[in-house]
Design a protein around this ligand. Structure first.
Ligand SMILES: Cc1cc2nc3c(=O)[nH]c(=O)nc-3n(C[C@H](O)[C@H](O)[C@H](O)COP(=O)(O)OP(=O)(O)OC[C@H]3O[C@@H](n4cnc5c(N)ncnc54)[C@H](O)[C@@H]3O)c2cc1C
Length: 372
């Protein structure tokens, strides 16, 4: 598809994401599965999944996710998550696995989830205790994965489990179907936004699978998970750019229209300067996300460093913009139909996802030492 027709199709879809649609899903917690499928129906996943995808595809994906997040963070996060949860299959899947899942995941008729996080193994993935024990005809998997996005609506789960020893080297990725005996999902209620992105805990009670469920190689799950540390960070950064832009626009619109002391409050430096600073941070973040996306596309050696920097910068800028919007709105931030406080909660969540921003700083500083 040409860039122009892709943009036109996406723009038409964006028009359908009205505040009423967002409000309905955020309140009910219903996943916008049909919209997810329509967004993916534009061929967007190919920008990331196809080795010979369109030039500039990684940035096109980030920019598309940003445009969606400007209307609705939960849908943008769902699009990002779905594509991210398909990366491992696209790169490491066997012919049988790809035939069974790939087309459905690319176009959103199937929904996927990534299951890494555990109660005592969030930032420290090597501490995971979910174990896959060898049986005569495959593996038996037991453990609990907490706070898994898409879990209540997922058809297929990338489950990371220990197959041997300690450390990251003993982790293997398994592809499990939602109906696998012993796999149950317990939905989590959310309190700080992303209401339209269902999440839950995945309980694995002696789930038995054959060797064909292994994605990639045994003990090499970290290789399958590698896109989480590159593409995943750029996708989250894209969500943050859109959310930040929405918050900034809301702040400017209100500060221009709302009067105190006989003037629009935008004329007070105490209001104008934080808006100016937030807009500058967002502009800088956008430029950095683009550089990081292009580095990932061209296979540059600094792609991981740039992805971590882009995620850190964009999510921090989004939080700043959301905080400014809340402050500028005053008591109106607490109106029932005002999204600013939701944005603030969502921006904080984006700081947490795909590695907290403290973990990004560790990733960045550990790579800087190679600069000499
Ligand atoms: C809505 C939602 C959706 C999610 N979706 C998914 C999903 O789809 N799949 C999935 O696997 N997980 C998912 N998660 C889990 C998420 O990835 C983890 O919450 C995240 O990795 C952090 O882990 P934690 O919450 O255990 O925090 P912890 O690791 O316990 O960290 C707590 C605090 O300590 C800090 N910290 C930890 N270690 C260090 C260190 N070495 N140096 C400095 N500071 C440190 C952290 O930055 C954080 O501020 C989701 C979570 C939420 C809330």
């Amino acid at each position: 598809m040409s860039a122009a027709s892709f943009d036109a199709e996406l723009a038409a879809l964006l028009e359908e994401i009205t505040p009423d649609v967002v409000e309905h899903h955020e309140r009910s917690g219903a996943h916008p599965g049909k919209l997810l499928a329509r967004v993916l129906g534009t061929g967007l996943a190919g920008c990331v999944l196809d080795p010979a995808g369109p030039p500039g595809g990684r940035w096109r994906f980030a920019a598309a996710v940003a445009a969606i997040a400007e209307r609705w963070t939960a849908l943008a996060e769902s699009v990002h998550l779905q594509v991210l949860a398909t990366c491992g299959l696209a790169e490491h899947g066997t012919a049988g696995q790809r035939e069974r899942y790939l087309d459905g995941l690319r176009c959103g008729t199937l929904v996927a989830a990534n299951c890494l996080n555990e109660r005592e193994a969030g930032s420290d993935l090597a501490a995971m205790t979910t174990a896959a024990t060898r049986t005569a005809d495959g593996y038996e998997i037991s453990g609990v994965k907490e706070w898994i996005g898409h879990a209540p609506v997922a058809d297929v789960f990338n489950v990371y489990a220990k197959t041997s020893g300690g450390g990251l080297g003993g982790i293997t990725c398994f592809l499990l179907d939602a109906g696998a005996p012993g796999l149950t999902v317990h939905e989590r209620a959310k309190v700080a936004g992303l209401g339209g992105l269902p999440a839950g805990d995945v309980h694995l009670d002696r789930v038995r699978v054959g060797p064909e469920a292994v994605l990639g190689r045994v003990g090499r799950g970290v290789r399958v998970a590698h896109p989480l540390f590159t593409q995943g960070r750029i996708g989250i950064a894209g969500c943050a750019l859109g959310l930040g832009r929405a918050a900034l626009r809301r702040a400017v619109a209100h500060a221009s229209a709302h009067h105190q002391f006989g003037r629009p409050i935008l004329e007070f430096q105490g209001i104008a300067f934080p808006i100016a600073e937030a807009s500058t941070e967002l502009a800088a973040a956008r430029a950095l996300v683009r550089v990081a996306a292009d580095a990932l596309e061209h296979g540059g050696g600094d792609a991981e460093l740039l992805a971590a920097q882009a995620k850190l910068k964009a999510t921090t800028a989004a939080s700043q913009a959301a905080a400014v919007a809340v402050r500028v709105l005053g008591s109106r931030a607490y109106d029932e139909d005002e999204p600013a406080l939701r944005w603030a909660g969502e921006a904080r969540l984006l700081e947490l996802l795909q590695g907290t921003n403290e973990i990004q700083k560790i990733a960045i500083s550990s790579r800087l030492k190679f600069l000499g």
